[in-house]
Structures are given as structure tokens and as C-alpha cells.
Design a protein. Structure first.
Length: 100
């Protein structure tokens, strides 16, 4: 979808990865586009049919952000997967295993 004429546009990227596959989609969107709008425009949901986009699982450059956050030129929108294990528990188990 091309930006409308006479509307200032910005370039952004939308990324998502699974253990099997990663995808980066570069977009030109109208200035003022939100994080969620960029995800919708990217078509990434069609590539990952099981993808669930929800509060706390999206961000910009590794920082969680609300879906209604307006984007800036050059932003990389990231869609995060749920964690398989709690990082603190995993570190604790590794530390215990190395003591034995």
C-alpha cells in the first residue's frame, strides 16, 4: 500500500522470528503511523498465521512499547514470542548444575 500523495512518509521495518524462520519487511508509511498499524500494513500476519500481537509483546529496537506508539523514520518494529522458560529459573538451574 503506497502512502497518499502530499503526506510526509517515513521508512520502517517490521520483524518477527520463530525458531524455524525469520522475516523482515521494509515499509514506507505515512508519518504518524503507529506500531500496530505498521504490523498490519506489513502483511506479516499472513506469513505467520498463528501470530498473536498483543500488549507487552511488541516493541521498537528491543524496547517494549504500546501498540499505539507513533513510529519515527528508521524504527524497527519487533514482534516478540512468548518465553519458553523464565530466564531467572534457567540461570539458577545452570548455576546448580555447575556446582555438582
Amino acid at each position: 500500500m503506497a502512502p497518499e500523495a502530499n503526506v510526509e512518509s517515513i521508512q520502517v521495518e517490521v520483524v518477527h522470528a520463530t525458531p524455524e524462520r525469520q522475516l523482515l519487511v521494509a515499509l514506507v508509511v505515512p508519518k504518524g503511523t503507529t506500531l500496530l498499524e505498521a504490523i498490519e500494513r506489513s502483511g506479516i500476519r499472513e506469513e505467520f498465521p498463528d501470530l498473536v500481537v498483543e500488549q507487552g509483546r511488541v516493541g521498537i529496537f528491543g524496547r517494549k512499547m504500546p501498540p499505539e506508539t507513533p513510529l519515527r523514520d528508521g524504527d524497527r518494529v519487533e514482534i516478540y514470542r512468548p518465553l519458553i522458560a523464565d530466564p531467572k529459573d534457567a540461570r539458577r538451574r545452570r548455576a546448580q548444575a555447575s556446582e555438582n
